[in-house]
Design a protein around this ligand. Sequence first.
Ligand SMILES: [Fe+2]
Length: 186
Amino acid sequence: MFDFEKFIEDCKEAVVSDRPQQRVKVLMENAFSDPEALQQAMDEVSPEKSVAPLYSDESLTILRVATPANFVSPIHNHLMWAMIGILDGEEKNCIYRRTRDGGVEVEEEVVLTPETGIFTLRADAIHAIETAPGKPMFGLHVYGGNILERSSRSMWDPETMEELPYNYNQLMDFCKTLIAKRESAA
Ligand SMILES: [Fe+2]
C-alpha cells in the first residue's frame, strides 16, 4: 500500500533540504518501485485519469498527469526543475537549448516510458512533448516550485518560432494546431 500523504510530506521536507532534487528523485524512484501500488493510491485520490494537482505550495507541486494519445505541445519552459515519472504509455520529450541568435534548437530527444525511470528536467530546460497515436500517457510530476502560478514563463509560436509570454489558452490553441497538422500529415 502506497502512502500518498507520507509521499507528500517527504517531498515537502526534501524540497527545503540542501539537496532537493537528489532527495525528490529518490522519493520518486521509491514510489515508482511498486507502480501498481502507486497507481492504486492515485486512483484513490480520484479514479478519473485526469490532470490534477495533488499538492502545491511555493516550493513544490505534485501533479498527476494524464495526456491523451496523439497529443503534441508547443515548445515551452517551466523555470523550475521537474521530475517526471511515467506509469503508463510514453511521452516523447524534445529538449531545446537557446542559440546565440535568440532562437532555440533541439538539444536532445528522449522517449520516456515506465521502463526508463525517473527523468529530470533542469530548471532552465525548454521542451516540447508528444504522445504516440493510440497511447495515452499517465504519470506523476514533481516540480521544485509552484508550476501552477509561476510567472515569466515562455512558450514558442510553432509557426514563427517566436518566444512569447506563457499563456495557457494560447498554448492549448497551439496544441490543437500542432495535433491537426500531425493528423493531416499521417
Ligand atoms: Fe512541460
